[in-house]
Design a protein around this ligand. Structure first.
Ligand SMILES: C[S@@+](CC[C@H](N)C(=O)[O-])C[C@H]1O[C@@H](n2cnc3c(N)ncnc32)[C@H](O)[C@@H]1O
Length: 312
């Protein structure tokens, strides 16, 4: 990419000029800790629907890179630097760190409690190439063009301004970098056996998430969102995740419904999940895209097309 193209690309999204430099693993590790500006950076009309109660956090902590970042693993290699946007308790982040070591991974999240979990797990597992910082996806504490890969799983559906988060991803991604994002499409839920009551409970939860500023159908918008942020050649994929324990996911949703005074919907879900044949499956959409690449480069670099994994 020419310097002019770089300037144009940076100018489009950055509010203030930030020193740009090609990074290395230590450069990412040296990123200054974010300033305590989080409340101003977050929107006041946005609320993270699952909350940070221990059951919700434990639910996220069951995720792993091999399962939930599978669509992105072919784009990782030793020595690359990665930003994980909305990393939560960091279990996926640790898997990304293993894939890029000795490169570095920075996980950022608005919730500090979860970051402590991630840091503790890293320490326990002896993972030294990962760092967790509290920061908003709306104001990533990194310089322009400073990371090789941006990854984000299950974040955008909770944001009132996912466009802003994707603009930030575009800003910090170095030319030739790659983004990988995965989000659900709640209209693709598959609950069996079905019933009007259980559909109504899911619809209520969807409304709750929308009222909190999020978009439960955002999976369907990933292509347009990334395109709007400046990414071209977005590749979309989709998969179903069948939850091994239908009760666990139902309880996770029921807790939030209870909190909102929707106990009858919560009970419906709990009762539904006690059926021996209950199946709860969720549709996920993933998107990958290169940052400012010539089409031919991207095509040449695509993982073996025949062996390309399906998302996740
Ligand atoms: C559903 S969890 C996903 C966590 C992890 N990526 C995973 O898939 O298991 C969404 C995470 O986004 C975080 N989050 C919500 N709004 C955020 C924002 N504006 N900036 C950064 N993180 C945010 C929440 O604190 C939460 O940890």
């Amino acid at each position: 990419m020419t310097e002019d193209a770089g300037q144009r690309r940076r100018g489009r999204h950055s509010a203030a000029p930030v020193k740009t430099s090609r990074h290395s693993a230590p450069a990412l590790a040296q990123v200054p800790a974010p300033q305590p500006q989080l409340p101003q950076q977050q929107r006041s009309d946005e609320r993270y629907t699952p909350g940070l109660a221990s059951r919700a956090v434990a639910f996220m902590a069951g995720r792993r890179a091999e399962t939930h970042a599978r669509f992105f693993l072919p784009h990782l290699a030793p020595g690359l630097n990665v930003l994980d946007l909305g990393c939560g308790p960091g279990t996926i982040t640790l898997g990304l760190a293993a894939a890029v070591a000795p490169g570095a991974v920075l996980g950022i999240d608005a919730g500090s409690e979860q970051l402590e979990l991630g840091q503790r797990a890293a320490t326990a597992e002896g993972v030294t190439n990962v760092r967790f910082d509290q920061a908003s996806a709306y104001a990533v504490p990194l310089a322009n063009d400073s990371v090789d890969r941006v990854f984000s799983h299950a974040l955008l559906e909770h944001l009132a301004e996912p466009e802003r988060a994707m603009a930030e991803a575009y800003r910090v991604l170095a030319p030739g970098g790659v983004i990988g994002v995965c989000c659900p499409a709640w209209d693709g839920f598959l609950l069996a056996p079905g019933s009007e009551e259980v559909d109504a409970a899911i619809a209520r939860y969807r409304k709750l998430q929308a009222a909190n500023g999020g978009d439960p159908l955002i999976g369907r918008r990933l292509g347009t969102l990334l395109g709007g942020a400046g990414f071209t050649q977005v590749r979309l994929d989709a998969r179903y995740e069948r939850y091994v324990d239908a009760y666990r996911i139902s309880e996770y949703l029921a807790e939030q419904l209870d909190t909102e005074g929707e106990s009858s919907h919560a009970d419906t879900l709990r009762q539904w999940a006690t059926q021996p044949a209950a199946m709860f499956a969720q549709a996920w959409v993933s998107a990958t895209a290169p940052a400012n690449r010539r089409p031919s480069d991207w095509d040449a670099e695509r993982p073996n097309r025949k062996a390309e994994p399906t998302c996740g």
